[in-house]
Design a protein around this ligand. Sequence first.
Ligand code: RIB
Length: 302
Amino acid sequence: MCQSPPKITVVGSINMDLITETSRFPSPGETILGLNYTNSPGGKGANQAVAAARLGAEVSFVGCIGADSNGGELKKKLIEEGIDITGIDTSKEKPTGIAQITVSSDDNHIIVVPGANFELTSRWIEMNKELIVNSDIVVLQLEIPLSIVDEVISLAYQHNVPVLLNPAPATQLPESILKKITYFTPNETEFSLITGYIPGNEYKAAFKSLQQKGIQHVILTRGEQGVMFKKGEQLVELPSRKVDVVDTTGAGDAFNGALAYGIASKQPLHQAIEFAIKVSSHAVTKMGAQSGMPTMKEVEEL
Ligand code: RIB
């Protein structure tokens, strides 16, 4: 019997990524010549939606674009991915969000100008309530107003819908939000900011502090060093995979989209994390955030 695909709603950002490739980053005040420039669809929310959709999930995206050509193009891309875009609002006031990205051989720098992403309203969430409460999992990040993140998490919580919050970019979060999160996926910077963890120390106490605040599962992503999460009383470390890295932009988004897919497909957490590591290791072998997201067939062939 064929299982129906998991239903995932992503509430988050959608940006046009303005990508400059360079052999090195300039020092402050210095001008250098870059290697290449492209525009490519991005935004942590939209990237995570595309990652889950390429794996086979039924994905709805809730967000806000501007009434401009970038917005139209980004919407078209999501439609091509088979994503339901009825939850995308259009702001008359602000342009579509952009991200200025500089990529060198092993790292990137990103500046996001949120624009319309910050125009997402409470009224719009209310209008899309049915999508949210009928999902197998709701996925959020922090490139939209925190009040909207809070509202969506509360709505999902009231209806027993699991929430995956990827707390990026790093921001302090109130306990009223933390206590309603099912899956929390900080990277090391976000983990340190939220828990006060000092790099080099033992992780145990910081994990415990988040659990005491009510978060059910903390999954710490550590780039090349893999992923750490708590299984019972045990801290488990899963290694990353060695691949030829082309562009790390969107690696975290690939991980989160795939993790949401695995969880919503009822994989045990350990297995869902291993799957997400596999997907994100594939994503970094290609340039661009959304363009690098693998299909399920590509993941199986790895
Ligand atoms: O995580 C990568 C994403 O962060 C980029 O696509 C950019 O738009 C920013 O939101």
